[in-house]
Design a binder for this molecule. Structure first.
Ligand SMILES: Nc1ncnc2c1ncn2[C@@H]1O[C@H](COP(=O)(O)OP(=O)(O)OP(=O)(O)O)[C@@H](O)[C@H]1O
Ligand SMILES: [Zn+2]
Length: 722
């Protein structure tokens, strides 16, 4: 009997061999016995050899007639489990829509249709004269059978039910029509602006590359019209009947984004993000696989969407941290996009105003073609950036007098002002004025954030919450005071200081709920609000034509972080925030409040811009042999007993010989949800060497006695050191 390799969704770094009466196509789902359970796995190949043939068990069921993962996707999965040193079964699970993991059919379900019943006749129509709706419905079906979806657009369920009860019509199920490339008939090119010279250069460079692997970095300052470049570049791809997959950051996927594409091309766009149902996700997956969608826009995991006619890949805001998954399979969707474009032989456009140092380095080294947009579109001016020294300044709600009078000026001119603070809630700590005790989450040993609206304390690390205490839990005195400022407090304060300026708060608390963010963004652009208060969410790619002033409350924390990526992240945030101002006819400015006005990073950013900062940061990384010049892999471990986690990593460290090791040391967040967290950094200037060393060491690490007593994981190319 043929031997077959199957990836089974268990956390083990191997595939498993089973037998079956015939060989099976790789990518087909099968059910197999595993331990005392039955599991759904995916065939990864047919094999000739097994070490212990007596132990091989048979495959118990075959779920698909054709593979759910095509050759290209399987190749990518193999790359993923090798590169990220992850369990093959879990990799394949990540690559499939949830319903397919659970064994659902990969083929579209038969649709419900209606037709006249065989006994119905012309005379029946006359009988319906006193029920005009039923008569019309009957008349419609007399012409041709119709799907339930179509019929229900015109007739109510009651009308259909009445006709069914009279036995005049009947329901039947029908295989859905193939919609393969039907969208090409609907494709139209809506009105579009004339590209400026830099845009035109970028567009023509991209469209020259058809059906060949060609990576581009589109580095364009905020508001320079990158999206317009995407739109005009994909035009010829769509006209050729080929599909485009666009990745965007989680928060950037608003209906506004989608509508720019639907309006331009007049075709349906498949949308994939974390809020859609499993059923809808499977539907888009099927339509993309069957060639029934021309454009698919999605967040991180959309990179796994199969395409029947792949034409182009785009990663917008490619620097965004949400493209890296921070648990399970810790893959980077941008890096996977590069692999995929290569595999599919198609162009890839990475776009950003603040490119990651990794991508920028690839562009400088000519591995990617570098396209630059240095001017804002349609004559908008660059936002002028300033630092405001707040040392010894009287402050109100975290704002200096100077900042407040600037805000007053802009508000009086009828413009919008955006105030950024990087903390949601009322205040980041609650402490006792008498004994100094800070109320902290015991599981994370971090101060609770005060949320006044709900009168509760929240731990932003683990989500734990409890009622706001009336007195100190240590000494019992009732003089509780808050420390620091969050969005909620700023909102309260600003409504006192500027009672005449309608304000809106945008943070993950206030935008919870379907389409709420979009509603707020629309209201902002209709000028229903003048003061915009918010967190990072406000920095993400939104177009705010009426904002002329951006204020950053406090950026000092990030200047002294233990994370070597913190300066890059801060520079990206500040630049993106500045990019929200002055996007239309009115010029914009940004003010950064700081106690460190002379800090070299701030000075460089303010005076020379992100591009200069990033190139300088690359030099520093080169000296320190840090990514993208050095390669890093993190082994993390956590346990309730911190000593165990530390010891596990110390033992793991002894498995390496020719690798530079840093640690074991505590994570930047030392404790979370009752577990102490440690990490061991493996570093080298040679990628291949480091991966090889880890591959050799992993069996020994996995076999260590402590390996089953702590939670541990491998993070390749880490971006987060918490
Ligand atoms: N060539 C052009 N002529 C006129 N208007 C343009 C042109 N290109 C883009 N625009 C307009 O300029 C605005 C900004 O463009 P777009 O949103 O594409 O910029 P972006 O670079 O993607 O912005 P960001 O990175 O800041 O999110 C949009 O309203 C867009 O319609
Ligand atoms: Zn906690």
């Amino acid at each position: 009997m043929p031997l077959i390799d199957v990836a089974v969704p268990v956390p083990l770094r191997q595939t498993f061999t089973y037998s079956f009466e015939q060989s099976l196509m790789p990518g087909v789902r099968v059910t197999v016995p595993f331990g005392n359970r039955t599991m759904t796995g995916v065939v990864t190949g047919n094999t000739a050899h097994t070490d212990n043939p007596d132990k091989v068990k048979p495959i118990t069921g075959v779920l698909d007639t054709s593979p759910v993962l095509d050759e290209c996707q399987l190749t990518l999965c193999r790359w993923l489990w090798q590169y990220y040193h992850h369990a093959p079964g879990e990799v394949i699970h990540t690559a499939l829509p949830v319903l397919l993991r659970k064994g659902a059919s990969a083929e579209p379900e038969p649709e419900l249709w209606y037709r006249l019943s065989p006994t119905a006749s012309e005379a029946d129509s006359a009988d319906l004269s006193r029920a005009p709706k039923q008569r019309d419905c009957f008349g419609a079906l007399q012409k041709a059978p119709l799907s339930a979806d179509v019929l229900k657009q015109t007739f109510s369920a009651t009308v259909i039910k009445a006709l069914l009860e009279r036995n005049l019509i009947e329901a039947f199920s029908r295989e859905p029509d193939s919609a393969d490339r039907l969208w090409t008939d609907k494709l139209t090119i809506g009105s579009k602006p004339v590209p400026d010279q830099e845009q035109a250069v970028a567009i023509s460079a991209i469209v020259q590359k058809k059906q060949t692997f060609a990576p581009f970095l589109l580095e364009g300052v905020t508001g320079s019209g990158k999206t317009e470049v995407y739109l005009q570049a994909i035009e010829s791809v769509l006209k050729a009947g080929r599909q485009v997959l666009i990745l965007v950051p989680e928060i950037g996927l608003t209906p506004q984004t989608v509508s720019r594409f639907t309006t331009r091309f007049g075709i349906e766009v498949g949308v994939l993000h974390s809020q859609i149902t499993d059923k809808a996700r499977l539907r888009v997956w099927q339509q993309a696989r069957d060639g029934a969608l021309g454009i698919i826009i999605g967040t991180r995991s959309a990179i796994f969407t199969p395409l029947k006619y792949p034409g182009m890949l785009i990663v917008d805001e490619e620097h965004d941290e949400s493209f890296k998954q921070q648990d399970g399979l810790r893959y980077h969707a941008r890096d996977l996009a590069v692999m995929r474009a290569n595999q599919e032989n198609i162009p890839l456009v990475l776009g950003s105003a603040t490119p990651s140092l990794e991508s920028l380095n690839n562009a400088i080294n000519k591995r990617y073609q570098h396209l630059q947009l240095t001017r804002r579109a349609a004559g908008a001016q660059v936002t002028v950036q300033h630092v405001l020294d707040v040392t010894d300044q009287p402050m109100r709600f975290g704002l200096a007098e100077g900042t407040l009078s600037l805000m007053r000026q802009h508000l009086d001119q009828g413009n919008q002002v955006l105030v950024f603070v990087n903390r949601r809630g009322y205040a980041p700590a609650l402490l006792c004025h008498h004994c100094g005790h800070t109320e902290s989450c015991q599981r994370c040993e971090r101060p609770y954030t005060v949320h006044k609206a709900h009168r509760r304390l929240h731990c932003h690390h683990c989500g734990a919450t409890r009622p706001l205490p009336a007195s100190c839990t240590q000494c019992g005195k009732t003089e509780m005071v808050t420390e620091g400022i969050g969005t909620e407090q700023l909102e309260q304060g600003l409504s006192q200081l500027f009672p005449d300026a309608p304000q809106v708060r945008i943070d993950s608390d206030s935008v919870r709920g379907k389409d709420k963010l979009q509603g707020m963004l629309d209201a902002i652009n209709q000028q229903q609000y003048q003061l915009l208060i918010g967190t990072q969410i406000l920095s993400k790619g939104h177009h705010f034509p009426h904002v002329t002033l951006v204020v950053v409350l406090d950026c000092d924390g990030a200047l002294f972080s233990g994370d070597y990526r913190a300066p890059e992240k801060l520079a990206q945030l500040v630049t993106q925030l500045a990019g929200r101002a002055g996007r239309a006819s009115k010029p914009g400015q940004m003010w950064l409040q700081t106690h460190n006005p002379q800090h070299p990073l701030l000075q460089d950013l303010i005076n020379n811009g992100y591009g200069h900062f990033a190139r300088h940061a690359l030099l520093e990384r080169k000296m320190a042999v840090q990514p993208p010049f050095g390669v890093q892999i993190l082994v993390r471990a956590e346990a309730q007993d911190g000593q165990l986690a530390f010891q596990f990593l110390a033992d793991a460290a002894s498995c390496f010989e020719h690798v530079q090791l840093i640690g074991p040391m505590p994570g930047l967040i030392e404790k979370r949800q009752g577990r102490f967290r440690f990490m061991l950094v493996l570093q080298s200037d040679k990628r291949k060497h480091l991966h090889e060393q880890l591959r050799l060491a992993l069996p020994a690490i996995t076999a260590m006695p402590l390996a089953s007593k702590v939670r541990w994981s491998v993070d390749v190319d880490p971006t987060d050191f918490s």
